[in-house]
Structure formats: C-alpha cells, structure tokens
Design a protein around this ligand. Structure first.
Ligand code: CMP
Length: 139
C-alpha cells in the first residue's frame, strides 16, 4: 500500500529568487496538505548525507555544493498516494522536459537547480522526513 506523506524542499536558487511562497501556494492548490514546514540551511556534510543515495553519480559534488549554498524550505506534504502524486505534480527532473504548469517548469532553472526535490519512494520519504523533522514538528 502506498503512503500518504512525502518530503519536498524548495532548493536554494528558487529560495533566492523569492519563489518559496508561490511554490507553497501551488502545492496547496494541487490538493496537497502541508503538515510540516521549516526554513533551514544544510551544511555540505548534511547535503552529502541527505543525497548519499547519489554518491556514485558524476554530479554528486555539484549537487551537494549547490544544496548547501543557501537556505532551503523543507516541507512534508500529505495526499493519497503522495510520493507518486507529488512527482507527477512537480514535473520531470529537467525543467526543460517538465510539462507546462508544473512547479519545475514554472520555477526551475536547470536540471540541478530544478526548484524542488521530491522523494522517490515511500521508504525514502520516511527517511527524508526523519532527516529534517521530529514528530512534534509534523501536524
Ligand atoms: P532531486 O529530486 O533533488 O534528486 C536528485 C537531484 O540530482 C535531482 O533532483 C537533480 O536536481 C539532480 N540531478 C540529476 N541529474 C543531474 C545532472 N545531470 N546534473 C546535475 N544535477 C542533477
């Protein structure tokens, strides 16, 4: 059975451009309920731990340097079949390939600076939520 929660975060470039509120508004309009929110900043070591699953990828250094370059907005969102529904909602990883009207199409800059992260499985969603939030910060 698929879960009702997924983890997402507004990435540093989208934060710098002032898109956080617009993105959160769009998430809500899309039928996702925001049940946790936190503006924070990852150290390089934290970004490396968060993206450990990608540590063998050629873009790992670029990804972790970027993700620790400025504040992010960490969010937990709730909806039926959350992981898949949210990934469909934000659009393809590369904003150039993302469907019109999706968050990555509207707010993304390039494949690395693609506005938002979205968990890719229920297991990773649970781990990523725990990485950023304690139980008492989730409503
Ligand atoms: P995200 O959903 O945060 O999970 C892993 C990230 O790696 C992904 O979004 C992209 O931003 C990033 N990524 C994937 N492919 C590339 C690439 N070829 N170059 C740089 N970053 C990438």
């Amino acid at each position: 059975m698929s879960g009702i929660r997924t983890y997402t975060m507004v990435k540093p470039t989208a934060m710098r451009k002032g898109f956080a509120a617009g993105i959160m508004n769009k998430i809500t309009e899309g039928g996702f309920k925001i049940i946790a929110a936190k503006m924070t900043k990852l150290s390089l070591e934290e970004a490396e731990a968060f993206y450990a699953i990608h540590s063998e990828r050629p873009f790992f250094g670029e990804l972790t340097t970027f993700m620790s370059s400025g504040p992010i907005m960490a969010l937990v969102v709730e909806k039926e079949n959350a992981v898949e529904a949210y990934r469909d909602f934000i659009g393809a990883t590369n904003p150039e390939e993302a469907a019109d009207g999706t968050i990555r199409k509207l707010y993304g800059t390039n494949i690395g600076e693609n506005a938002v992260h979205g968990s890719d499985s229920d297991e990773n969603a649970a781990n990523e939520i725990n990485f950023f939030f304690s139980d008492r910060e989730i409503f």
